[in-house]
Ligand binder design. Structure first.
Ligand SMILES: [Zn+2]
Length: 233
């Protein structure tokens, strides 16, 4: 990674207190300036592009670009817009993850009590899974930065990477949960989302290292929860 990229990363804001260019991640003081009769987008001093074109976009268009996995859209959300309603998002992602696990497990059980108990276990597994992701991201943050000043920011960003979990709603509507292709696609989508979040958080990290980090985090997050929740009998 070039010295310039490292310098840019060192200058990144620890929260949404300032902004970054969504193209090159150079810090910026503002996204736009308001004049009496018009608004002018702030130009990046490094790449001469608009610092953040998404401030003019409707939220739906931003979501579409997120679904298309555009890096600029991720940077807009993480640095310039900020993750809002975090606790609600976390709750939704936890329950979506729990339901996905539960719908798979319930086919082998018929008793209502067992199904209910199974759902609680799935919710716990889902919590541990997200917890492992957050923990691994914090370890990486400490390894790269030498401090955890951005711990809250990094944690929120990692949790936001689970937004693909809401696909479970589609699986319920269209009865896709038993389709292997659906499961593969959603896992792949989550993997790419986490990769984009990782790249947005740590632009100095090489492509290969980011891939390895995300794959290892995913592996641990998938394998460990069922082992930890396994019944001794
Ligand atoms: Zn720029």
């Amino acid at each position: 990674m070039s010295d310039e990229a490292k310098r840019v990363n060192d200058d990144l804001p620890s929260s949404s207190q300032s902004y970054v260019c969504i193209h090159c991640m150079t810090p910026a003081d503002s996204l736009y300036k308001t004049y009496p009769s018009f608004i002018r987008m702030t130009q990046c001093k490094e790449c001469d592009n608009d610092v953040d074109k998404y401030v003019e976009y409707d939220s739906v268009l931003v979501v579409i670009d997120l679904l298309l996995q555009y890096s600029e859209a991720y940077r807009h959300i993480l640095y310039n817009r900020g993750i809002q309603h975090f606790s609600r998002l976390l709750t939704i992602f936890l329950f979506c993850g729990a339901y996905e696990r539960w719908i798979e497990a319930r086919q082998n059980q018929e008793k209502v009590f067992d199904l209910e108990w199974r759902f609680y276990l799935c919710l716990l597994e889902s919590t541990v899974e997200i917890g492992i992701y957050v923990l691994s991201a914090l370890v990486l943050e400490f390894f790269l930065k030498g401090s955890l000043k951005r711990a809250a920011f990094v944690s929120k960003a990692v949790v936001a990477g689970f937004y693909g979990r809401v696909c479970v709603v589609l699986s319920i509507i269209f009865h896709l949960y038993s389709e292997p292709s659906y499961r593969i696609l959603t896992q792949l989508f989550l993997l790419i989302s986490h990769f984009q979040i990782c790249r947005a958080l740590h632009p100095q990290l090489s492509l290969m290292r980011a891939v390895v980090f995300v794959c290892l985090s995913t592996l641990f997050a998938q394998i460990l929860p069922p082992i930890m929740m396994a019944s001794p009998n």
